[in-house]
Design a protein around this ligand. Structure first.
Ligand code: HEC
Ligand code: HEC
Length: 251
């Protein structure tokens, strides 16, 4: 399982069970056709709680589902639109977002962005990383790999890896398999972000072995007191990304 080509694009058994449990909620949700903003938001978002937690804090024991709480609203809007518009492919999410209009998506994003950030270590039960693995991961995350053309993850995800407003999510607190799967999806083109797609370039510059190492490392990290994403404009990304200012003019 060190090869990214065998990265799970589906949740593991525990997550699949949760998915089945969520099914009735999903059906109830899907029955509403045109989905627009309205006062009953909390009620409607009950359908999301089985997989993402009541306030987007994530579900205990999940090896795949990402948390949503405290992620920048701009990032969440982009993801919901991406599922709806075919830039991300995960059938439950595609199905749930297919009739959402932009106003409703913005309302959902604002709700989760306003919740207390949840960026605790995801793989709390997993054994500590061997020193060599940790060192390689720390090198990549904090300094990048100049030879491979890879900038440091902290250059955009923030010094504490808790994200950057308005469009970069936290990396700490995400399950290892989810991270591996997302980077694999950028590599094979099944996840596409707003152009210019800097994460597609980052994913291409990471070797399969390094992807697994970085994911393992990130899923073990706890951010301490710095849960909030860094303020907009406080970092100047080394590569151009849609929605973010960039240090250099790009062709
Ligand atoms: C059956 C389980 C399930 C349900 C129910 C569900 N989600 Fe998801 N959601 C997922 C999974 C799994 C992913 C990651 C998919 C992937 O691999 O791209 C995801 C991803 C997301 C993301 C992107 C997160 C990120 O960090 O990029 C957002 C936003 C989201 N869901 C919002 C919602 C909302 C809003 C609802 C309710 C309307 C909902 N989800 C219901 C399973 C679910
Ligand atoms: C040049 C800026 C930049 C750098 C450097 C960068 N990222 Fe990102 N990253 C982004 C942006 C922007 C997004 C949001 C993409 C989107 O909207 O889909 C993102 C999203 C992600 C996600 C998706 C998280 C989720 O919840 O779905 C992962 C995983 C990720 N980055 C990993 C990394 C890793 C690992 C590194 C270092 C090897 C890194 N990134 C370096 C800008 C960057």
């Amino acid at each position: 399982m060190n090869d990214v080509s065998s990265a799970p694009h589906r949740p593991a058994a525990g997550a699949r069970l949760l998915a089945r449990l969520a099914c009735s909620a999903l059906l109830a949700f899907g029955a509403v056709q045109a989905q627009t903003a309205g006062p009953d938001l909390r009620e409607r978002l009950a359908a999301c709680a089985a997989c993402h937690g009541e306030r987007g804090e994530g579900v205990a024991g999940s090896t795949y589902y990402p948390h949503l709480a405290g992620k920048p609203a701009g990032y969440l809007i982009e993801q919901l639109q991406a599922f709806r518009d075919g830039r991300r492919h995960y059938w439950q999410m595609v199905w749930l977002t297919q009739y959402m209009d932009d106003a409703y998506i913005a309302e959902i994003a604002a709700y989760y962005a306003a919740q207390p950030p949840h960026t605790q270590a995801a793989d709390v039960g997993a054994p500590a990383l061997p020193a060599a693995v940790r060192e390689r991961a720390e090198q990549l995350v904090h300094h990048g790999d100049a030879q491979a053309g890879l900038p440091a993850c902290v250059a955009c995800h923030g010094a504490t890896l808790t994200g950057l407003e308005p469009a970069v999510p936290a990396l700490v607190g995400l399950p290892q398999d989810y991270i591996v799967s997302q980077i694999g999806s950028w590599r094979d083109g099944t996840r596409r972000s707003k152009a210019p797609d800097c994460m597609a370039k980052i994913a291409a510059a990471l070797s399969p072995a390094d992807i697994r190492i970085v994911a393992q490392y990130l899923s073990h990290q706890s951010p301490g007191a710095h849960d909030e994403p860094a303020a907009a404009g406080s970092l100047m990304p080394p590569l151009a990304c849609g929605d973010l200012p960039h240090a250099q003019v790009t062709p």
